[in-house]
Design a protein around this ligand. Structure first.
Ligand code: ZN
Ligand code: ZN
Length: 365
């Protein structure tokens, strides 16, 4: 048998950091069941995967469909091809590595798997250690930031193009479909999520699903979209006004834009996440729309569209250089419409860098 090669950068370092975190919590192994955690830790992108790490070994459990993928992407891991996802095979590997205290993330293990695994393991103890990997994923390295930048660039190019082809009469669904097609044509792996395209009063639903309503001259269109490039995502929102901004939304637009600027200006290392939310919320509340700002001000992005840190009310976590967050204040008036603007922002050593380059307000000719 050939000797397993060492893990390359950046995975070797990430695996060592996971080992250090395990030692600190007195765990002698960790079982990872989330696909994005798996991609982050090992580079293995297969859809079926579980990764078992202890002080000396990395074991990758997958099935035959991903046999070659595993050899290509994570040759440093010991590959175990399983015929079913039942926990007995996982339990066998845990015993083989003599892991007595096994950490796992309870957010990614369902109750059935937990019960079956516990039964199959007998002697070993399962220890919920939730934030172990997500804590590490909060800070992006330059390679990750470069991918996010690319995902932003492609999303923005597609949006610039949309401003050329968007016409009254198109349905929300059509606009969403063309936007996705355009991003993929420009090299995106896929849309980061199904774009939100909401015309007029539909924009008062923050997570609206595009439907059959048609673009008109009189109404605004809220577009929330993003691309996934090399697994990393962008997440942006812009309002498009095919005609002029309706007077009943003029103050709303101005307030959201000011809230965006205030929240962004507050971003720097050491500032608690809640302070950024507070900067946007205080301003919107002062303008009389506090109750119409129904969600948090932003969230981290990376491999997932929603990651730590959440820029929300009670999150005391201080921002750190390398975090990438969205800033997305919004005001929603049922029956009238809604306005949200969303940028992606990198926390830097000295403050922040707004990664998205599109102007905050957009008109079509
Ligand atoms: Zn968004
Ligand atoms: Zn978002």
């Amino acid at each position: 048998m050939s000797k397993t090669p060492a893990a390359p950068a950046p995975y070797a370092d990430r695996i060592e950091r996971l080992r250090a975190a395990c030692r600190q919590r007195k765990l002698d192994g960790y079982l990872l069941l989330n696909r994005m955690d798996q991609i982050w830790l090992t580079g293995f992108t297969g859809e079926d995967g579980a990764v078992l790490v202890n002080e000396r070994h990395v074991v990758l459990l997958t099935d035959g469909r991903f046999d070659e993928t595993a050899d290509r992407e994570a040759p440093f891991a010991r590959k175990v091809l399983r015929t079913s996802r039942t926990p007995d095979i996982t339990a066998r590997e845990i015993r083989r590595l003599k892991i007595a205290r096994l950490g796992f993330d309870p957010r990614h293990m369902n109750v059935q798997t937990f019960a079956e695994l516990r039964k199959a393991l007998k002697g070993s103890r399962l220890n919920a250690a939730s934030a172990l990997i997500s804590d590490m994923r909060r800070i992006k390295d330059p390679g990750e930031t470069a991918r996010i930048r690319r995902a932003i660039e492609i999303a923005e190019q597609a949006f610039q193009n949309l401003l050329e082809w968007l016409r009254p009469g198109m349905t929300e669904r059509e606009v969403a479909a063309r936007l996705v097609y355009d991003m993929q044509s420009r090299g995106a792996q896929e849309a980061a999520f199904q774009p939100i395209v909401a015309v007029g009063p539909n924009a008062s639903l923050p997570h609206y699903e595009p439907g059959e309503r048609r673009v008109t001259q009189r109404e605004g269109v809220l577009i929330d979209w993003g691309a996934r490039c090399d697994w990393y995502v962008s997440d942006l929102t812009r309002m498009v006004w095919p005609g002029s901004i309706p007077p009943e939304l003029a103050k709303v637009c101005k307030t959201v834009l000011e809230a965006l600027e205030l929240a962004t200006a507050a971003i720097k290392p050491g500032v608690p996440a809640a302070k950024i939310d507070q900067a946007a919320r205080a301003h919107i509340t002062q303008a009389g729309f506090g109750k119409q700002f129904t969600h948090s001000t932003g969230h981290g992005i990376g491999l997932d569209v929603h990651e730590d840190p959440g820029l929300r009310k009670r999150n005391k976590l201080p921002l750190e250089a390398g975090m990438v967050v969205t800033v997305e204040p919004g005001i929603y008036l049922p029956g009238v419409g809604g306005v949200r603007i969303e940028n992606d922002v990198l926390v830097t050593e000295t403050g922040h860098e707004v990664l998205s380059a599109l102007p905050a307000t957009v008109r079509v000719r």
